[in-house]
Design a protein around this ligand. Structure first.
Ligand SMILES: Cc1cc2nc3c(=O)[nH]c(=O)nc-3n(C[C@H](O)[C@H](O)[C@H](O)COP(=O)(O)O)c2cc1C
Length: 221
C-alpha cells in the first residue's frame, strides 16, 4: 500500500495569494477544457508514479463542502486492476439493455468492448465520498465530483486520457467488498459511499468532441 506524503504539486506551487494569469495561459486553459473528452482506448504504457501522484493531488485541490475534503480514492493497477475487469463486465450486464436501444450498432459494439477491456486502461481509480452527518449527502457527492473533474483536466494536461464511469454503481456492494472497504468502521456506519470510477492511461484514439448544447442551459434572471 502506498500513501502520498511529499506534496506532488510542489514544483508547480506559487507563493500564497491570488495570482494573475497571462493571456496565453488563459487561452491554453480554455483549450484544455475544450480538448478534454472521454477516452476509452489506451496504450499499454504504464503511468509513471509521479504523474499519477500529480493527477490525484490535482483532484485534492478541489473545493469541498465545509472543506471536509471528503474524497477517498482507491487506485487499482496491475493484478488488482486485472481482477477489476470482471466487475466492469458484470456492470455491463445491467446497462446493456438500455444502451442496446440507445446506441447505433457500431457504437454499441465499441462500448461493449470498452466495458470488457476498459480500453486496456492501466489504472482504475474508484472514487468514494466519506459522508459526514454535518453535511448534506448531495454536497458531499458534489465535492468528490469536483475533485474528479480536476483529475480529468489534470490527465489531459499531462498528456493522459481518462473516462469517468458511473457504471460501477450498478454493482456497488460487490465493488465495496472487492476493495475491502466494507470492512471499515466508516463503511459499517453508512458513511463511505462509492460514486464513480475513473479509468486512465495514455490515449490510443482521438474520439470526436461530443457536441455541447447551450440552449436552455443557462437562465439569467
Ligand atoms: C458522472 C459520469 C458518469 C459517466 N459514466 C460513464 C460510463 O459508465 N461509461 C462510459 O463509457 N462513459 C461514462 N461517462 C462519460 C460520458 O459518457 C461523457 O462524459 C459524455 O458522453 C460527454 O463526452 P465527453 O466526456 O467526451 O465530453 C460518464 C461521465 C460522467 C460525468
Amino acid at each position: 500500500m502506498r500513501r502520498l506524503d511529499r506534496h506532488p504539486l510542489r514544483p508547480y506551487r506559487f507563493a500564497m495569494g491570488l495570482k494573475t494569469f497571462t493571456e496565453e495561459f488563459k487561452q491554453e486553459f480554455y483549450q484544455l477544457l475544450e480538448a478534454r473528452r472521454s477516452i476509452r482506448k489506451f496504450k499499454s504504457d504504464p503511468v509513471p508514479q509521479d504523474v499519477l501522484d500529480r493527477v490525484l493531488a490535482a483532484g485534492m485541490q478541489a473545493p469541498s463542502g465545509k472543506n471536509f475534503q471528503n474524497w477517498r480514492f482507491y487506485v487499482l493497477r496491475g493484478k488488482k486492476r486485472d481482477e477489476y475487469l470482471g466487475y466492469s463486465q458484470k456492470s455491463w450486464t445491467n446497462i446493456q439493455p438500455i444502451l442496446q436501444k440507445q446506441l447505433k450498432p457500431s457504437l454499441y459494439a465499441f462500448t461493449e468492448r470498452f466495458f470488457y477491456t476498459l480500453g486496456d486502461a492501466p489504472v482504475v481509480i474508484l472514487c468514494y465520498s466519506m459522508n459526514n452527518p454535518q453535511e448534506h449527502p448531495m454536497t458531499s457527492a458534489g465535492s468528490v465530483y469536483m475533485a474528479v473533474e480536476n483529475m480529468n483536466l489534470a490527465c489531459f494536461a499531462e498528456g493522459l486520457g481518462c473516462c469517468t464511469m458511473g457504471a460501477p454503481l450498478e454493482i456497488e456492494k460487490e465493488i465495496d467488498q472487492f476493495l475491502g472497504v466494507d470492512q471499515l468502521d466508516d463503511y459499517k456506519a453508512g458513511h463511505l459511499k462509492l460514486l464513480c470510477g475513473v479509468v486512465l492511461g495514455y490515449p490510443d484514439h482521438e474520439p470526436p468532441k461530443a457536441p455541447r448544447q447551450l440552449e436552455g442551459r443557462v437562465t439569467y434572471l
